[in-house]
Design a protein. Structure first.
Ligand code: IMP
Ligand code: MG
Length: 188
């Protein structure tokens, strides 16, 4: 018998873009790609919170390498669904990453500003290597050039929520990723 959770409708979504089962499959295959790339090397994972929390939790369980985890919090420079200004670090790293293989994780690559700032900051600390993995990539929205080494899904230019992604801190707990109804994209 299907559980009520899996058949739940999401009345605030215009549509589901990526189903929970598709996310699970893709996260598993990203884990395999990453393990192949790193071999037996230990990995220092840096997650950009809050958005990457759910993705990080699931991806790490698909990786068998020795892993150290750190988080970095970047100011939300967004005003509702649009970006403005420059991202700033509001919670710094705590682990020493010099000479470590760093894997930087984020929920979505959009304008490229956040990952560009965070990558520069990490490179200054002289890691042995830096690779970037994002669950989602909105390629058409770049304002600064940036490519991730691993991309879960390329998506169209729509504002999405769920699986860690929020609108005004809501919807992070949806197990799928969906397009928020335009009438819900208002701050109140
Ligand atoms: P960027 O700096 O413009 O690349 O954006 C990165 C951050 O903006 C992500 O870490 C998200 O927190 C947020 N963001 C970008 N697009 C979306 C979206 O469609 N839904 C929710 N958050 C988004
Ligand atoms: Mg984010």
């Amino acid at each position: 018998m299907p559980s009520p959770r899996r058949t739940r409708a999401y009345p605030e979504l215009e549509r589901v873009l990526i189903a929970e089962s598709a996310i699970r499959r893709r996260v598993r295959s990203l884990g395999r790609e990453i393990m192949t790339a790193y071999g037996d090397e230990p990995i220092t994972v840096i997650a950009i919170i809050n958005g990457a929390i759910l993705f990080t939790a699931d991806l790490l369980r698909e990786i068998d390498n020795p892993v150290r985890l750190d988080c970095i919090r970047i100011s939300s420079y967004r005003n509702n669904t649009k970006s403005s200004g420059r991202p700033r670090v509001i919670q710094a790293l705590t682990l020493d990453i010099k000479d470590r293989h760093v894997l930087l994780l984020d929920d979505i690559l959009d304008t490229g500003r956040t990952l560009s700032v965070v990558s520069k900051l990490i490179r200054k600390k002289r890691p042995a290597s830096l690779r970037v993995c994002v669950l989602l990539d909105k390629k058409g929205r770049r304002e600064v050039p940036f490519d991730a080494d691993y991309v879960g899904f390329s998506i169209p230019n729509k504002f999405v929520v769920g699986y860690g992604l929020d609108f005004a801190e809501r919807y992070r707990n949806l197990p799928c990723i969906g397009v928020l109804k335009p009438e819900r994209q208002v701050l109140g």
